[in-house]
Design a protein around this ligand. Structure first.
Ligand code: 4NP
Length: 149
């Protein structure tokens, strides 16, 4: 069965939609079949498409994020997905608090798949405004994750 991976950040409009889009495209290029989704821990942007400047930067690299819509993490996600990959350590701590006892999903930190970067967490471009820098990190982590499958 295809592995299922949920990417999680705070707003679900910048980092996790980018991770989903980049991994989706890289997996297809490698002929890997994966079930992918993304979600946020926060409520502010539910139902919205990814942040416009994030979409623009992603589109310039060939990643189309326009069909995605923000949603919140739910308790059911912890049994629906094999892996839940957090964008930063705050997201990971929130996920650990939310995880129902006995649920199967493995909780992981995206930057752990790219140890050479030497960073713990994908920088949030909603605050840094460096959308390309975030995409550089996301692409490196995505390749590292796919190398391990
Ligand atoms: P994201 O960035 O977690 O990468 O989607 C954020 C977007 C919006 C907010 C926070 C983070 N916000 O507070 O509205």
């Amino acid at each position: 069965m295809a592995q299922s991976i949920l990417f999680v950040c705070l707003g679900n409009i910048c980092r996790s939609p980018s991770a989903e889009g980049v991994v989706r495209q890289m997996a297809a290029a490698r002929g890997l079949e994966l079930t992918l989704d993304s979600a946020g821990t926060g409520p502010w942007h539910v139902g919205e498409p990814p942040y416009a400047p994030m979409q623009t930067a992603a589109k310039a690299r060939g990643y189309d994020l326009s069909a995605q819509r923000a949603r919140r993490v739910t308790p059911a996600d912890f049994s629906r997905f094999d892996r839940i990959v957090a964008m930063d350590s705050g997201n990971l701590a929130d996920l650990r608090r939310m995880q129902p006892k006995g649920s199967r999903a493995a909780l992981e930190l995206f930057t752990d798949f790219a140890p050479d970067l030497g960073i713990a967490g994908v920088p949030d471009p909603y605050y840094t405004r460096d959308f390309d820098g975030t995409l550089d990190v996301v692409e490196t982590c995505a390749a590292g994750l796919l190398d391990q499958l």
